[in-house]
Design a binder for this molecule. Structure first.
Ligand code: HSO
Ligand code: ZN
Ligand code: ZN
Ligand code: ZN
Length: 273
């Protein structure tokens, strides 16, 4: 059984209104002994007037709330504190500052791409003036730049997130179109000891597979990668551990993975699948 959800959002994220308490109560009800909270902090995020979300985390209030939760529920669940750090090639210094400043508080950092050169693939303008394949390729190329410049993350989040918002949907994705750039990404992150995640968030949205595509998970493994975390990307308690046993475990074991990781003090722990 997968006993930890390592990608969760609460009301400390702009795009969630789930009280921390409701998430922890749900986790206890599901019977998982540990959980890692990963609220959003997107460095240099341009506020979108459509929703007003700024994706800035108030770290001090967040850590204080986690402390309080640990006092309340610490005898029933191990609550870890993480962050989903939105990365771009222009924010290397700021990412380093955050990881340094909170080195005693942060158990885990997911590095994610929510923006490519300031553009959010969530909005259709991302594809203006180019094909979908070019837009997807640009997403992976920007990840390659990020992982070349930035070390302040433990796993890279939802590697093919861009596919989720593609106008023609997941059927546009063909591994052969991006194999070279994905290989370059893994050539950089694997020797650095960095992982990737399997993110089941797409499964309760509009996709038939979790992030990233099985071919990408396979490539990471074939190239020697061993660090995989499992997260639901839930922004509401009801999605905690979504499809972990019915999808994620089988997907990983079918590729030959025998362990998944959880993180404490920025160090991986290997748990049998
Ligand atoms: N970053 C969000 C998606 C989003 N982008 C909402 C803009 N608004 C995924 O957690
Ligand atoms: Zn979000
Ligand atoms: Zn994300
Ligand atoms: Zn997330």
């Amino acid at each position: 059984m997968i006993i930890c959800d390592s990608h969760i959002h609460s009301e400390f994220s702009s795009d969630s209104s789930a009280p921390l308490d409701s998430i922890i109560q749900k986790a206890i009800q599901l019977g998982i002994p540990k959980i890692c909270l990963t609220d959003h902090h997107d460095i240099d995020f341009p506020i979108n007037p459509e929703d007003g979300f700024d994706f800035q985390l108030d770290f001090d209030s967040y850590f204080a709330a986690i402390d309080e939760i640990r006092h309340r529920y610490g005898d029933r669940i191990d609550v870890r504190s993480g962050v989903e750090l939105g990365l771009m090639n222009t924010v290397a210094g700021k990412a380093r500052d955050i990881a340094d400043k909170y080195k005693n508080e942060l158990d885990f950092i997911i590095g994610s791409s929510h923006l490519v050169r300031g553009l959010d693939p969530y909005y259709p303008a991302y594809y203006e003036g180019r094909t979908e394949i070019e837009g997807i390729r640009d997403y992976f190329e920007s990840i390659l730049e990020n992982v070349t410049l930035i070390d302040d993350f433990d796993v890279y989040g939802h590697l093919d997130y861009v596919v989720r918002y593609c106008p023609s949907g997941e059927k546009i994705f063909r591994m052969a179109d991006y194999n070279d750039v994905l290989e370059q990404i893994f050539k950089i992150i694997i020797p650095k000891g960095k992982g990737i995640e399997i993110n089941t968030g797409s499964l309760y949205k509009n996709m038939s597979y979790a992030h990233p595509h099985m071919d990408i998970l396979k490539l990471y493994k074939d190239m020697g990668g061993e660090i995989i975390t499992v997260g639901s990307d839930a922004h509401k308690p009801e999605y905690l551990c979504y499809d972990f046993e019915t999808y994620a475990r089988d997907a990983l074991t079918s590729l030959g993975y025998r362990y998944y990781c959880t993180f404490k003090n920025r160090k991986p722990e290997f748990n049998p699948l």
